[in-house]
Write a protein that binds this ligand. Structure first.
Ligand code: AMP
Ligand code: ZN
Ligand code: FE
Ligand code: FE
Length: 268
Protein backbone atom coordinates (compact mmCIF):
# COMPACT_ATOMS: atom_id res chain seq x y z
CA UNK A 1 0.00 0.00 0.00
CA UNK A 2 1.48 3.34 -0.96
CA UNK A 3 1.83 6.12 1.60
CA UNK A 4 -0.58 9.02 1.01
CA UNK A 5 -0.59 12.20 3.05
CA UNK A 6 -2.86 15.25 2.94
CA UNK A 7 -0.77 18.27 3.90
CA UNK A 8 -3.45 20.96 4.15
CA UNK A 9 -6.61 20.89 6.27
CA UNK A 10 -8.36 23.02 8.88
CA UNK A 11 -9.86 22.07 12.25
CA UNK A 12 -12.17 23.80 14.73
CA UNK A 13 -9.02 25.54 16.06
CA UNK A 14 -9.53 27.90 13.07
CA UNK A 15 -12.37 27.69 10.54
CA UNK A 16 -12.79 23.96 9.90
CA UNK A 17 -15.86 22.09 11.10
CA UNK A 18 -14.12 18.98 12.55
CA UNK A 19 -11.99 18.81 15.70
CA UNK A 20 -8.33 17.77 15.27
CA UNK A 21 -9.22 14.27 16.58
CA UNK A 22 -12.12 13.98 14.12
CA UNK A 23 -9.74 14.97 11.29
CA UNK A 24 -7.36 12.16 12.30
CA UNK A 25 -10.28 9.68 12.46
CA UNK A 26 -11.39 10.82 9.00
CA UNK A 27 -7.83 10.38 7.69
CA UNK A 28 -7.97 6.74 8.89
CA UNK A 29 -11.35 6.26 7.21
CA UNK A 30 -9.96 7.76 3.96
CA UNK A 31 -7.03 5.34 4.07
CA UNK A 32 -4.43 8.10 4.42
CA UNK A 33 -1.17 7.29 6.21
CA UNK A 34 0.01 10.85 6.85
CA UNK A 35 -1.57 14.19 7.74
CA UNK A 36 -0.73 17.77 8.57
CA UNK A 37 -3.33 20.02 10.21
CA UNK A 38 -2.63 23.56 8.95
CA UNK A 39 -4.91 25.89 10.87
CA UNK A 40 -4.91 29.61 10.08
CA UNK A 41 -2.45 31.46 12.33
CA UNK A 42 -2.54 28.93 15.21
CA UNK A 43 -0.77 25.72 16.26
CA UNK A 44 -3.26 25.03 19.07
CA UNK A 45 -3.87 21.42 18.02
CA UNK A 46 -0.16 20.58 18.56
CA UNK A 47 1.63 18.74 20.10
CA UNK A 48 -1.24 16.70 21.65
CA UNK A 49 -2.73 15.63 18.31
CA UNK A 50 0.51 13.92 17.22
CA UNK A 51 0.20 11.24 19.93
CA UNK A 52 -3.48 10.72 19.18
CA UNK A 53 -2.66 10.33 15.46
CA UNK A 54 0.15 7.86 16.24
CA UNK A 55 -2.28 5.76 18.29
CA UNK A 56 -4.48 5.55 15.18
CA UNK A 57 -1.58 4.72 12.83
CA UNK A 58 -1.37 8.19 11.23
CA UNK A 59 2.01 9.93 10.92
CA UNK A 60 1.79 13.67 11.42
CA UNK A 61 4.03 16.57 10.55
CA UNK A 62 3.42 19.88 12.32
CA UNK A 63 1.73 22.49 10.14
CA UNK A 64 0.25 25.98 10.10
CA UNK A 65 -1.14 28.36 7.45
CA UNK A 66 0.06 31.88 8.13
CA UNK A 67 -1.74 34.90 6.65
CA UNK A 68 0.90 37.23 5.18
CA UNK A 69 1.07 40.22 2.82
CA UNK A 70 3.35 41.23 -0.04
CA UNK A 71 2.73 44.61 -1.73
CA UNK A 72 -0.49 44.79 0.34
CA UNK A 73 -1.77 41.60 -1.29
CA UNK A 74 -2.67 38.53 0.74
CA UNK A 75 -0.34 35.49 0.54
CA UNK A 76 -0.93 32.29 2.52
CA UNK A 77 2.23 30.57 3.72
CA UNK A 78 2.18 26.97 4.91
CA UNK A 79 4.82 26.16 7.52
CA UNK A 80 5.80 22.51 8.16
CA UNK A 81 8.05 20.50 10.41
CA UNK A 82 8.73 23.14 13.09
CA UNK A 83 8.73 22.48 16.83
CA UNK A 84 5.24 23.52 18.02
CA UNK A 85 6.67 25.06 21.21
CA UNK A 86 9.11 27.24 19.21
CA UNK A 87 8.93 30.75 20.77
CA UNK A 88 9.11 32.51 17.37
CA UNK A 89 6.18 30.49 16.00
CA UNK A 90 4.12 31.05 19.16
CA UNK A 91 4.91 34.76 19.12
CA UNK A 92 3.85 35.08 15.47
CA UNK A 93 0.57 33.24 16.26
CA UNK A 94 0.01 35.67 19.14
CA UNK A 95 0.68 38.69 16.88
CA UNK A 96 -1.90 37.32 14.44
CA UNK A 97 -4.47 36.99 17.23
CA UNK A 98 -3.90 40.66 18.18
CA UNK A 99 -4.06 41.75 14.53
CA UNK A 100 -7.30 39.81 14.04
CA UNK A 101 -8.88 41.23 17.18
CA UNK A 102 -8.38 44.82 15.91
CA UNK A 103 -9.54 43.92 12.43
CA UNK A 104 -12.60 41.92 13.52
CA UNK A 105 -13.78 44.86 15.66
CA UNK A 106 -13.47 47.21 12.67
CA UNK A 107 -15.47 44.78 10.51
CA UNK A 108 -18.21 44.54 13.20
CA UNK A 109 -18.34 48.37 13.34
CA UNK A 110 -18.93 48.53 9.58
CA UNK A 111 -21.66 45.87 9.78
CA UNK A 112 -23.28 47.69 12.67
CA UNK A 113 -23.32 50.91 10.64
CA UNK A 114 -25.28 49.03 7.96
CA UNK A 115 -27.78 47.84 10.59
CA UNK A 116 -26.40 44.29 10.52
CA UNK A 117 -25.33 44.05 14.16
CA UNK A 118 -23.04 41.32 15.50
CA UNK A 119 -21.57 41.86 18.94
CA UNK A 120 -18.01 41.14 20.00
CA UNK A 121 -19.46 38.73 22.60
CA UNK A 122 -21.34 36.79 19.94
CA UNK A 123 -18.24 36.51 17.76
CA UNK A 124 -15.90 35.49 20.57
CA UNK A 125 -18.38 32.93 21.96
CA UNK A 126 -17.27 30.74 19.03
CA UNK A 127 -14.79 28.24 20.52
CA UNK A 128 -11.98 28.67 17.94
CA UNK A 129 -8.47 29.97 18.58
CA UNK A 130 -8.41 31.89 15.32
CA UNK A 131 -11.51 33.94 14.58
CA UNK A 132 -11.89 35.72 11.25
CA UNK A 133 -14.13 36.53 8.34
CA UNK A 134 -15.50 32.97 7.92
CA UNK A 135 -16.85 33.08 11.50
CA UNK A 136 -18.44 36.50 10.89
CA UNK A 137 -19.95 35.16 7.64
CA UNK A 138 -21.54 32.22 9.49
CA UNK A 139 -23.07 34.51 12.10
CA UNK A 140 -24.48 36.67 9.29
CA UNK A 141 -26.15 33.56 7.83
CA UNK A 142 -27.47 32.47 11.26
CA UNK A 143 -28.95 35.93 11.84
CA UNK A 144 -30.64 35.91 8.43
CA UNK A 145 -28.63 38.89 7.11
CA UNK A 146 -27.57 36.88 4.04
CA UNK A 147 -28.95 33.66 2.54
CA UNK A 148 -25.59 31.88 2.54
CA UNK A 149 -21.88 32.03 3.38
CA UNK A 150 -20.81 32.83 -0.17
CA UNK A 151 -23.08 35.85 -0.33
CA UNK A 152 -21.72 37.18 2.98
CA UNK A 153 -18.34 37.40 1.21
CA UNK A 154 -19.62 38.53 -2.17
CA UNK A 155 -21.72 41.35 -0.71
CA UNK A 156 -19.91 42.42 2.45
CA UNK A 157 -16.73 40.67 3.61
CA UNK A 158 -14.77 39.76 0.49
CA UNK A 159 -11.63 41.72 -0.42
CA UNK A 160 -12.64 45.26 -1.42
CA UNK A 161 -16.34 44.81 -0.50
CA UNK A 162 -18.16 47.34 1.68
CA UNK A 163 -17.35 45.80 5.08
CA UNK A 164 -13.83 44.66 4.16
CA UNK A 165 -11.07 45.94 6.42
CA UNK A 166 -7.46 44.96 5.64
CA UNK A 167 -6.29 45.60 9.17
CA UNK A 168 -2.64 45.41 10.29
CA UNK A 169 -0.48 43.29 7.97
CA UNK A 170 2.41 40.92 8.62
CA UNK A 171 4.89 40.60 5.77
CA UNK A 172 5.88 37.52 3.81
CA UNK A 173 9.52 38.27 4.67
CA UNK A 174 9.02 38.19 8.45
CA UNK A 175 6.83 35.09 8.20
CA UNK A 176 9.56 33.26 6.23
CA UNK A 177 12.13 34.38 8.80
CA UNK A 178 10.10 32.94 11.69
CA UNK A 179 9.52 29.59 9.92
CA UNK A 180 13.23 29.30 8.99
CA UNK A 181 14.41 30.14 12.52
CA UNK A 182 12.04 27.42 13.81
CA UNK A 183 13.76 24.94 11.41
CA UNK A 184 10.52 24.58 9.46
CA UNK A 185 9.84 24.49 5.74
CA UNK A 186 7.93 27.38 4.09
CA UNK A 187 5.53 26.54 1.27
CA UNK A 188 3.49 28.99 -0.80
CA UNK A 189 -0.17 27.86 -0.59
CA UNK A 190 -2.65 27.61 -3.51
CA UNK A 191 -0.57 29.62 -6.05
CA UNK A 192 -3.46 29.76 -8.55
CA UNK A 193 -5.37 32.07 -6.16
CA UNK A 194 -2.94 34.99 -6.61
CA UNK A 195 -3.37 37.62 -9.28
CA UNK A 196 -0.84 36.28 -11.81
CA UNK A 197 2.33 34.25 -12.33
CA UNK A 198 4.54 37.36 -12.20
CA UNK A 199 3.31 38.07 -8.68
CA UNK A 200 3.98 34.45 -7.64
CA UNK A 201 7.53 34.66 -9.05
CA UNK A 202 8.22 37.86 -7.08
CA UNK A 203 6.96 36.20 -3.89
CA UNK A 204 9.01 33.05 -4.53
CA UNK A 205 12.14 35.18 -4.92
CA UNK A 206 11.82 35.98 -1.20
CA UNK A 207 12.93 32.41 -0.41
CA UNK A 208 10.50 29.50 -0.13
CA UNK A 209 11.23 25.78 0.30
CA UNK A 210 8.14 24.51 -1.49
CA UNK A 211 5.01 25.21 -3.49
CA UNK A 212 1.55 23.66 -3.09
CA UNK A 213 1.31 22.21 -6.61
CA UNK A 214 -1.56 19.72 -6.05
CA UNK A 215 -4.50 21.63 -4.65
CA UNK A 216 -7.95 20.47 -3.52
CA UNK A 217 -9.99 19.10 -6.47
CA UNK A 218 -8.09 21.00 -9.20
CA UNK A 219 -7.56 18.85 -12.31
CA UNK A 220 -4.08 17.95 -13.56
CA UNK A 221 -4.13 20.63 -16.31
CA UNK A 222 -4.60 23.43 -13.76
CA UNK A 223 -1.94 22.08 -11.40
CA UNK A 224 0.61 21.40 -14.16
CA UNK A 225 1.93 24.99 -14.60
CA UNK A 226 2.75 25.14 -10.89
CA UNK A 227 4.74 21.90 -11.07
CA UNK A 228 6.73 23.50 -13.90
CA UNK A 229 7.37 26.70 -11.92
CA UNK A 230 8.29 24.74 -8.78
CA UNK A 231 10.87 22.75 -10.76
CA UNK A 232 12.30 26.00 -12.13
CA UNK A 233 12.78 27.32 -8.55
CA UNK A 234 13.96 23.88 -7.26
CA UNK A 235 11.06 23.74 -4.77
CA UNK A 236 9.50 20.79 -2.95
CA UNK A 237 6.15 20.12 -4.67
CA UNK A 238 3.53 19.64 -1.97
CA UNK A 239 -0.20 19.04 -2.02
CA UNK A 240 -3.32 18.98 0.08
CA UNK A 241 -7.09 19.31 0.05
CA UNK A 242 -7.54 22.53 2.11
CA UNK A 243 -10.37 20.54 3.72
CA UNK A 244 -12.72 22.64 5.91
CA UNK A 245 -15.48 20.04 6.46
CA UNK A 246 -18.98 21.34 5.80
CA UNK A 247 -17.64 24.93 5.80
CA UNK A 248 -16.38 24.23 2.24
CA UNK A 249 -18.66 21.49 0.95
CA UNK A 250 -17.59 19.33 -1.97
CA UNK A 251 -13.90 19.11 -1.12
CA UNK A 252 -13.12 15.83 0.70
CA UNK A 253 -10.10 15.17 2.91
CA UNK A 254 -7.46 13.54 0.69
CA UNK A 255 -8.77 15.33 -2.46
CA UNK A 256 -5.08 16.09 -3.11
CA UNK A 257 -2.24 14.22 -1.52
CA UNK A 258 1.47 13.48 -1.85
CA UNK A 259 3.72 10.51 -1.14
CA UNK A 260 6.30 9.58 1.45
CA UNK A 261 9.14 11.34 -0.41
CA UNK A 262 7.54 14.79 0.03
CA UNK A 263 6.53 14.03 3.63
CA UNK A 264 10.16 13.16 4.40
CA UNK A 265 11.58 16.21 2.63
CA UNK A 266 9.37 18.47 4.75
CA UNK A 267 10.39 16.62 7.91
CA UNK A 268 14.16 17.06 7.35
P1 AMP B 1 -9.50 35.93 7.11
O1 AMP B 1 -8.31 35.06 7.40
O2 AMP B 1 -10.26 36.28 8.33
O3 AMP B 1 -9.12 37.11 6.26
O4 AMP B 1 -10.48 35.04 6.22
C1 AMP B 1 -9.94 34.45 5.07
C2 AMP B 1 -10.71 33.19 4.75
O5 AMP B 1 -12.01 33.54 4.31
C3 AMP B 1 -10.07 32.43 3.60
O6 AMP B 1 -9.14 31.48 4.04
C4 AMP B 1 -11.26 31.77 2.93
O7 AMP B 1 -11.53 30.53 3.59
C5 AMP B 1 -12.41 32.72 3.23
N1 AMP B 1 -12.70 33.57 2.09
C6 AMP B 1 -12.02 34.66 1.66
N2 AMP B 1 -12.61 35.22 0.58
C7 AMP B 1 -13.70 34.47 0.32
C8 AMP B 1 -14.73 34.50 -0.66
N3 AMP B 1 -14.77 35.46 -1.59
N4 AMP B 1 -15.69 33.56 -0.60
C9 AMP B 1 -15.68 32.60 0.35
N5 AMP B 1 -14.73 32.49 1.31
C10 AMP B 1 -13.76 33.40 1.28
ZN1 ZN C 1 -9.79 28.48 6.13
FE1 FE D 1 -5.40 29.60 2.29
FE1 FE E 1 -6.26 26.66 4.00
Amino acid sequence: MSFRTDLHCHSTCSDGSLTPEQLVDLAVAKDLQGLSITDHDTVASYPQIIDYAASKGIQMITGVEFSAHFNEKSVHILGYGFTPSDPGILDLCERHQERRKLRNLEILKKLNALDLPITEEELYAIPSHTIGRPHIALLMVQKGYVPDFKRAFNRFLGDGKKCFVPGPMISVEETLDVIKKAHGKAVIAHPHLYSNKKFVRKVLALGFDGMECNYACLPFELNAPWHTMANEFALIRTGGSDFHGDKKPGIPLGASSVGLDVFQQLSQ
